[in-house]
Design a protein around this ligand. Structure first.
Ligand SMILES: *Cc1c(COP(=O)(O)O)cnc(C)c1O
Length: 425
């Protein structure tokens, strides 16, 4: 008998392109079909065939308290009983805006949207509207959602103008995007020189976490701030993944950085579809209805989404979740490193707070090019080994893993045993 998951996948393939509503879910190159989820609670998920897994994907980041946290479910229930959407201002929107501005000091005004993609897309339009310039600098391997202007990754050569990664992105759009190697400030300076007074913004993940996980080196973020200010371009931090996960004020708090605009998502919605973008008031006031940059959304500021997000954020603050996650993360890292040393595994392990990534290369990983040195075949074997033993890591080398508040020491110990077995396959 085929499993229930494989029956569902066969039906899905008939009616959904690739059988999935977002491509990474299809387990490409991993020699496994995706499984379908029946329910999730705490650190665990159960598929429709009754298999149980310890989950390190956490809905790709939002589930920082674990799955189905009581406070979030209660907030959704209570709010839903009074209606699920109005399209008229509701008090929760004001509470959310005030909380964001208080926790992230670079944000003086904020607008809610429905996804991370909408947030970055709106930042780009706003930066262009505010500066009256068209070009954007981004970095190879940084992912900012499926925005036309941002689906570009340069070929070799620091100043190659963009070529789209996706069909359907007009070459004329892609040509306005310059993609550079992360951590290469000289490439940024050269791009500013060659495109004097035409660059609207530099956008980056301050801690890139969509090509594996790696870090800004030295004072890269500080130098970017200087270059943007000197050249009249805006600095945009895409903190859709890191915002409210790495610290109350996100990666910008960790690094003491002050971007002009910030994109948020994932944790902010408590598992509901939410994004936000905000920054200096002077810039945000260019948005309609105050200013000429149009931006809107039928479901933006949706009460269920605001209630779920607020409940999650306040619970994180109440329990000092970031400190708990750092403690658990440090413990996990130390044990993982000991295991790798023990096995003499030619791997590189990265972690910050509750985010981590295991690369199958012994070399330093500092950008997309070095991340790509990871042995994808070894990753696939490791992934399957873990999955078969009840541990679900992200189904791609180029993603990070997430710990949640619900992961207990006993879960981490069980996971480390599974990792050891799967590394010796
Ligand atoms: C997930 C992600 C996005 C896109 O968010 P969606 O809600 O999937 O549209 C953008 N930027 C970063 C850094 C992300 O991790």
């Amino acid at each position: 008998m085929p499993t229930l998951s494989s029956q569902l996948f066969a039906r899905a393939l008939n009616r959904i392109p690739g059988g999935v509503n977002s491509p990474v879910r299809v387990f490409r190159g991993l020699d496994r079909e995706p499984f379908f989820i029946d329910r999730a609670e705490g650190a665990r998920i159960w598929d429709v065939d009754g298999n149980e897994y310890i989950d390190y994907v956490g809905s790709w980041g939002p589930a920082i308290l674990g799955h189905a946290p009581r406070v979030v479910i209660a907030a959704i229930r209570e709010t839903a009983a009074r209606g699920v959407s109005f399209g008229i201002p509701n008090p929760l929107e004001v509470e959310m805006a005030e909380l964001i501005c208080q926790w992230v000091p670079s944000i003086e005004k904020v607008r809610m949207v429905n996804s991370g993609t909408e947030a970055t897309m709106s930042c780009i339009r706003l930066a262009r509207g505010f500066t009256g310039r068209d070009k954007i600098i981004k970095f190879d391997g940084c992912y900012h959602g499926h925005v036309d202007a941002l689906l570009v990754q340069a070929g070799s050569g620091a100043l190659t103008h963009g070529r789209a990664d996706s069909a359907g992105v007009p070459a004329d759009f892609a040509a306005l995007t310059i993609s550079l190697p992360f951590n290469d400030i000289e490439a940024v300076r050269a791009a500013f020189r060659e495109n004097a007074k035409t660059i609207a913004a530099v956008i980056l993940e301050p801690i890139p976490a969509n090509a594996g996980l790696y870090f800004p080196r030295g004072n890269f973020l500080e130098l970017l701030r200087e270059e943007c200010t000197r050249n009249g371009a805006l600095l945009i931090f895409d903190e859709v993944m890191t915002g409210f996960r790495l610290a109350r004020g996100g990666a910008q708090e960790l690094y003491g950085a002050r971007p002009d605009l910030t994109a948020l998502g994932k944790v902010i919605g408590g598992g509901l579809p939410v994004g936000a973008f905000g920054g200096r008031a002077e810039i945000m006031q260019q948005l309609s209805p105050e200013g000429p940059v149009y931006q809107a959304g039928t479901l933006s500021g949706n009460p269920l989404a605001m209630a779920a997000g607020l409940a999650q954020l306040r619970e994180l603050e109440r329990i000092d979740g970031w400190k708990l996650l750092e403690t658990a993360g440090a413990r996990f890292e130390e044990a993982a490193r000991a295991t790798l040393r023990d096995l003499n595994a030619p791997c590189t392990f990265h972690r910050v707070g509750s985010m981590f990534c295991l690369f199958f290369t012994p070399d330093a990983v500092i950008d997309l090019a070095t991340a790509k040195r990871s042995d994808i075949k070894k990753f696939a074997t490791f992934f399957r080994g873990c999955l078969d033993r009840g541990v679900y890591f992200a189904p791609s080398q180029f993603e990070s893993g997430f710990l949640s508040i619900a992961h207990q020491d006993s879960d981490l110990d069980a996971t480390l045993r599974v990792m050891r077995q799967s590394l010796t396959l």
